[in-house]
Structure formats: C-alpha cells, structure tokens
Design a protein around this ligand. Structure first.
Ligand code: CDP
Length: 806
C-alpha cells in the first residue's frame, strides 16, 4: 500500500495507541514458557539458603546448637542472630519506622519466625541441615486477640522497646501499643452525633488475609569480592527502593549495588517490603564468596511474609430521618503482628484509611486508629489495594447498608441521596483529601438500568415471601457497593518511603530509524506494562507501539522510581511517560520546522507527524524526524531524540465504581451461589480496555476469595491454622463466578492523559459487594451484620443463629 493513500484511520490503527485493545506483548514469552523468573537465574557455584523456623508463637530461645547441622553433607554455614550482630544486621528497619529481627534474637514472636539460616550446596542439603539444627525454646504466654493487647496483664511482646514511651508515630499507651493516629474534627463530629435523629454503630472486622502471589518471595545474591559489588535478583515490586535501603544498611556504595527484578509472578503488595531472606542471602554470599539463592515455599510465604488487613473497625454514622448523613465516627483497632512492618508511606501509619468517608458528602468526620502488637506474622501490606483503602471502603460500604436497613431505605437510594455531586469536584473531604473528579450518580444509574435493579428487588421480595411461606429454603441477597479509591502515591509533599519521595520516572530514547526504547521506575508483576506503556508513547509520539521496547526492573538502566503497588503506576509513571514523550515531541517539532523550512508555530501535530497548518500535503512523519534528529539536525541543535521525566504528581487520582452482586444462599447448607456480578469501573482515560478488563477480572476474583473464605487464622495457642492451600481459600476457575464489566469515563483533570489507576479498584469495590450480598440476604431474618469471611460454614451458622434452621 502506498504510504500517501493510507487513511487517517489506518494510520491511527497502525499505532495501536491509547484506547486500543492491544494484545499483551509479554504473553508471547509467558505462553511459551519463556518467562525469566528469579528461580530461572542460575549462576556457577550457586548455593541455596533456607530457614530454621520457630514452631512456637512466643518463646525464649535458650540455645541454638549448629554443630550437627554443620556436619550434614553439603551444608557450608549456619547463620544465627549472633553471627548477624557482627555485621550489625541482626535487626533491620521496617518501612513503618519500627525494627524487626532478621533472625530470632533471644526470643521468637510468631510461629514460623526465622531462627537460623542454613546455607548448602543444594536445597535438599539445606533442608537436612535445618532438621539438624537444635534449638531449645522456653514457651511464653501467647497474645493472639488484639482486643487484649493492651490489657494491664497482657504479656509484653517487644521487650526491646518495652520502656519506650514514644514510637515512630507518637506516644505509646502500653508496651504492646504501636501508635494512635487521629484525623478529623472530633468536637464537630461529636456534636453531629448529639444532634442526630438516627445513628448506627457496628463493629466491622476485616479479617487477616494474605496476597499469596503465584510466585513466592525469592532472591539470588551474588557478591563480587574483587569489585566489591553486590548483585541481587529478586521478586521486588520496588527495585530502586531495595537498592537504596541495601546501600543504607550494608554501607556498600549504592553504585556498587545492582538490583534486578526479572519477570515476577504476581505481587499484590507481598513483594514491597524487605524480608529476612534477602538480608541472610546477601550476608551468606559475602561470607561464602558464592552466589546464594533463597526461594520461599508456599507455607513460608503464607505464614511469615506480609499479611494483609486485620482491621477491626467500629463505625458510627449520624443521619437525619430522611437519610442525609451528618457525621461519621470510626475507631480502628489495627493488629500489626509482632513488628510494625506495614508498607505505607511514612507519614501514614494507617495508610490512606482516611478515605473512609467514601463517595459520600459527610459534613464532618473523625477517625482514630490504634495499632497494637500480637504474636502473629508482621506485615500489613496493601493486598491489591492502595494502603488500607480496601479496609476503608469495606467499612463505609457496610455501614451505609446498615444505616439503610435502620432507616428502612433502599441501599441505592441512600447512596444516591448522599453522593458527592459532580459540581462539588474538586471535593475536599472531611478527613482531608481533595478528590480530583467524579460523576457518581451517572455510574450508579447506569448500573441500576443495566442490571434492572428494581426488577431484582421485586424478585427478592417475592422470594422472601416464598421463604416465609416455607416454599423455598433459598434466600436472595443484593450486594451494592459504590467505592471511591485513592491511588497514585504520591505527591512527594505528603508521601515518602523511609524519606524517599514518591515520584516516578520514564526515559525514552528514539533510534534513527524511528523505533525506540523506554525505561521506567515501575515494575510490572503481570499488569501488562510492556503493552500499555508503549501505547501511551504511540499516541504521544506517533511511533507504532510495536516499535517501542519497554524495559523495567534493572536499577542500572531504569531511571529511579518508586515501583509498582497501590495502583500507582498509571497515575505516576503513566504521567511521566506522557511528559517525557512531550519533551521529545517539542524537539521533534523544531526539527520538523527546519526540514519544512517553516516556523514551528505554523506546524500542527497530526497522528504520526507534523504538518503545516492549512497545507496538508506538507508533512514530516516522526520516522523522518528521527532520522534527521541524528543525521541532519538544525544548526545549533544537538543531535539525538531522547528525554527523561521525573514526575511528582500534584494530587492522587480517585477512580470509582458501582458494583452489584446477586447471590442465593441455601440456609440448610450455607452454600451460596453468585448468580450475577456486575462491575462498572471509572478509571478516567482508558489506555487499554482489554487489559483493564483483565485487571478487573483478577481483582474481582481476589475480592471473591477474601469475602467468601480466604483467611489467615490463628488458634488460641498461636498456631496458624490456614497455612497452606489445603485451608487457605484459593479459588479456581470452578468456584470463580462470571464477571460482567462496564465503564464510564471521567478523566482526571490533573493527569497529563487523564488516566486514573484501576488495578486495585475491583478488590476495593468487590469485597463490600460480596459481603453486602450475604448480609442483605440474611437481613430480613433480623440480622444487622455478619462478619467475613462468608464461607459455607459461617453462612450455615448465621442461618441457625437467626432461627432459619430449626
Ligand atoms: O500500578 P499497577 O500497574 O498495579 O496498576 P495500574 O496503574 O492501575 O495499571 C494496571 C494496568 O492497567 C496497566 O497495564 C495499565 O496501563 C492499565 N490501565 C489502563 O489501561 N488504563 C487506565 N486508566 C489505568 C490502567
């Protein structure tokens, strides 16, 4: 086909830019088994490390005898806290301003805590070595229930800080207290409650769960004694942060540390923090002079790396009789386990939980969060969520349903009555956020029309009558959820990790023949960045997405960035990509003007090049411009066509969505069936609708898992009772419901391409939709709130408690 006869539509289609359902380029290697994960990296002479772990949740360590282990064939070293003390690494700083034992120092504080690190020639020998290490424990009283953490006679867990009156976030009230964080106007909120015509109050618990990515946490450390350089391959969601933290704690200069995140099999927040395995592997490599690999197994992953949630939220709403909300009061008891290793920006001890006013126009609100220690694994990561937003969304969405029930109103009607109106954006919430944009009424109404909400309510009423007449044993629930997320951490004025400001970056280099390479500070764990980042460049620079290579994860080549979690990639790095591309386009315009012998103001951008205004035949494509940039640039202009952008966003972005779950529950067995699930998401400008749909499917599946069964549960003695996939609910295609997806588009006004994040929205909105469906089903039997997870057993118990079963 002659280039001149190509239509505008054909030129646009060739780019596969924003809005195109471009197929995932990374899938070419993944579907052929050609991905390159940490465990695929094998170095000559590589050793394997593994942990001796504590069977006790709380115990003093009286002795560790390594002699027998060192005699096991293949075992080369056994590291304990005493060995790490020699290099000042027995404890490590956490992201939340606490410290955490790398290896048990004097005592253990949770079951499966790391006690010693055995290094051997292969994994089997390491395992034999583990069994030969003799540890003598003296059991101590166990503290599992966070509601008893601050009892006067509670066992003191953290003896290292027992006399410290202040923690990283202010005064501590008890040796097991970590922080109290308050936001909002208490007096005004208390006054609203005193004047309220109607109030509700409920303890809404969001149980402990775990991100459980397909690939567990792992690393390979190789220390080059000659060069004094350390190379670490790891499953890191934020490789640059890892490099900086390693430099700070190891004193190895940052330029001599190379961190490489190869392909990653899911992260969901689990791979943000630093774990003892990383430190022990690095130390072991320095000690042995050989590369050392550490690969967690599933039980280790579930029981010792970062958990998620474990928030116990007492929510109160004040309202008028007509259902207008007038105040919100929330207290959270946050169980952080044995060390405060929450992965939140430094200034936010409860993450962005203060988005708890949700999508509603609360005139006043007050929030208080108390963090406490228990004998459980540390963590508190944002499992597919932007720093405690899912807890907040669950809290407010349950509370709104409970208020609707008390008022005898439909939950949708109550929400429509209290939504922030389109003309109120940018909207300042009572707890301090500035929501960038939203059109909640349109989204909710689209949901209602698409699913025939009124018809479903009629059907439910008929079924309830039939149930009361004894004609059916099935009850029907409609779970409405309308969430507002806050993603894109973040403006560096209020977001940092250990003092590292939370910007992100992109570097684009175009080659003379019109293709290019782009590198970012983010790191995909399956979100499809190689596909979508090239689409932004295609639209901005008129170079086909197929002609752009996207590279992430190597700190030697990628510009410094804060990584991928909290749906921050599109809001922050996505913006950096557009800004870097625009710098290139500005230079390209100067070159095109020189080539066309015209002033650059007389040029206009047209899909894949510049044309002279009013003279459409006078055109220079980006391909021509790339060649000229290197080989015939305008006099005085340096050759080349590349740019870098470090983007510090002015605000976060606030995606939102309207979800509905239709569920039937058999009261005699507790067995539920998700008959229908509709998810409308608004993430502003949509880069790749197919990838968004995939993100929504994945997030909803995780939401389904969490709401309906997935839990890290401890018995009263501190044993983890759901530490493998035998007990920890991991839905397969068999259990997973069918998802219906939909969208509206309300661009972010401050983002260069108007995009908001989406990866976590379905988890944030999905959990309350499932839980509200279960609660709605049981509500006509007199129930106000049933705690998650809603597995068959708990549903059956609820039915029995409510008298549905004789
Ligand atoms: O930070 P993370 O990559 O987990 O989340 P995200 O920024 O929400 O992006 C997830 C995936 O969805 C990426 O491939 C994005 O490019 C894509 N996406 C999109 O196509 N359009 C949007 N408005 C937002 C995300």
């Amino acid at each position: 086909m002659n280039e001149m006869t190509v239509t505008r539509e054909q030129r646009e289609a060739k780019l596969e830019g924003m809005g195109c359902k471009r197929k995932r380029v990374e899938d070419i290697r993944f579907t052929q088994g050609k991905g390159n994960y940490v465990d695929d990296v094998k170095l000559p002479g590589m050793l394997h490390g593994d942990f001796v772990r504590s069977p006790y949740p709380h115990a003093r360590i009286k002795s560790i005898d390594k002699d027998k282990a060192l005699k096991v064939p293949g075992v080369l070293a056994v590291l304990t806290a005493e060995d790490l003390k020699g290099v000042n690494l027995a404890w490590m700083p956490t992201l939340a301003g606490d410290v955490q034992m790398v290896l048990a120092d004097g005592k253990v504080l949770f079951q499966n805590q790391e006690v010693a690190f055995v290094v051997a020639t292969d994994r089997y020998a390491a395992d034999d070595g583990i069994n030969a290490v003799e540890v003598e424990y003296e059991a101590l009283p166990v503290l599992i229930d966070p509601f008893h953490s601050m009892d006067p006679d509670a066992p003191v867990l953290r003896e290292d800080i027992k006399d410290k009156k202040d923690g990283a976030h202010g005064p501590r009230k008890h040796p097991n207290h970590i922080f109290e964080w308050t936001v909002g106007d208490k007096d005004l909120t208390d006054a609203a409650f005193r004047k309220a015509e109607v109030t509700i109050k409920e303890l809404i618990s969001y149980h402990r769960t775990h991100p459980s990515p397909l690939e567990t946490c792992q690393c390979l450390c190789s220390f080059d004694k000659v060069k004094g350089e350390l190379t670490i391959w790891g499953t890191f969601q934020a490789p640059h942060v890892i490099r900086t933290v390693v430099a700070l704690i190891s004193k190895i200069p940052e330029h001599k540390i190379h961190v490489i995140s190869p392909d990653i099999g899911g992260g969901f927040g689990n791979k943000v923090g630093a774990y003892p395995g990383y430190i022990c592997s690095a130390v072991a490599s320095i000690v042995t002079g050989k590369p050392v690999k550490w690969v967690e197994d599933r039980i280790e992953n579930l029981t010792s790396t970062s958990f998620a949630r474990d928030y116990h939220m007492t929510a109160e709403i004040a309202a008028t009789k007509e259902g207008k909300v007038t105040g919100l009061r929330v207290h959270v008891l946050a169980d952080h386990g044995a060390f405060d290793a929450c992965a939140d920006p430094s200034k936010w001890p409860a993450g962005f939980f203060n988005i708890v006013t949700g999508s509603y126009d609360f005139p006043t609100a007050h929030l208080a969060v108390d963090g406490v220690y228990t004998n459980k694994a540390p963590g508190g990561v944002a499992y597919r969520c932007s720093f405690r937003v899912t807890e907040a969304a669950y809290c407010i969405e349950r509370a709104m349903d409970i208020l609707a029930q008390k008022l005898g109103m439909d939950p949708v009607e109550l929400r429509l009555k209290n939504f922030i109106r389109p003309e109120q954006f940018p909207y300042h919430s009572a707890l301090g956020w500035e929501y960038d944009s939203g059109d909640y009424h349109t989204a909710m109404k689209k949901m209602m029309e698409t699913v025939d909400y009124a018809g479903l309510r009629r059907e439910q009423a008929e079924k309830r009558d039939a149930f009361k007449r004894g004609e059916t044993r099935e009850i029907m629930g409609l779970g409405v959820s309308f969430f507002t997320e806050i993603v894109g951490a973040g403006p560096s004025k209020n977001c940092d990790i250990l003092g590292i400001a939370m910007f992100d970056s992109c570097e684009i280099r175009l080659h003379p023949t019109g293709s290019g390479i782009a590198r970012m500070g983010t790191k995909s764990q399956g979100q499809g960045h190689e596909t979508t980042w090239a689409q932004i460049i295609a639209t901005e620079l008129g170079i086909p997405a197929d002609d752009i290579t996207v590279e992430e994860g190597n700190t030697d080549t990628a510009p410094y960035g804060l990584g991928t979690y909290g749906s921050r990639s599109t809001p922050v790095a996505g913006a950096a990509i557009a800004m870097a591309a625009r710098k290139i386009r500005a230079k390209a315009q100067m070159i095109a003007a020189y080539m066309l012998e015209i002033h650059e103001d007389d040029l206009e951008w047209d899909i894949d090049g510049f044309r002279v205004k009013g003279l459409p035949e006078k055109f220079k494509s980006m391909k021509d411009i790339c060649w000229a940039a290197y080989n015939a640039p305008p006099p005085g202009l340096e050759p080349g066509l590349e740019a870098v952008s470090y983007y510090d966003p002015p605000n976060m972005t606030y995606p939102f969505g309207a979800y509905l779950c239709v569920m039937d529950i058999d009261v005699d067995t507790g067995v539920y069936k998700v008959r229908r699930f509709y998810a409308l998401d608004d993430c502003g400008t949509r880069i790749n609708p197919m990838i968004i749909e995939g993100q929504v499917h994945g997030g909803l599946t995780e939401a389904f898992a969490i709401a309906m069964g997935q839990e890290i549960r401890y018995d009263n003695d501190g044993n983890v009772v759901t530490g493998s996939f035998m007990d920890f609910f991991m839905p397969t295609a068999v259990e997973t419901p069918h998802w219906e997806t939909d969208f509206t588009v309300t661009p972010s006004p401050h983002h260069p391409i108007g995009a908001k994040g989406v990866g976590e929205s379905p988890n944030v909105g999905g959990v309350p939709a499932f839980s509200n469906a279960v609660n709605d089903a049981f509500s006509f039997l007199g129930s106000t709130h049933i705690q998650m997870p809603h597995d068959f057993w708990r549903n059956w118990q609820a039915a029995k408690r409510l008298g549905a079963i004789a």
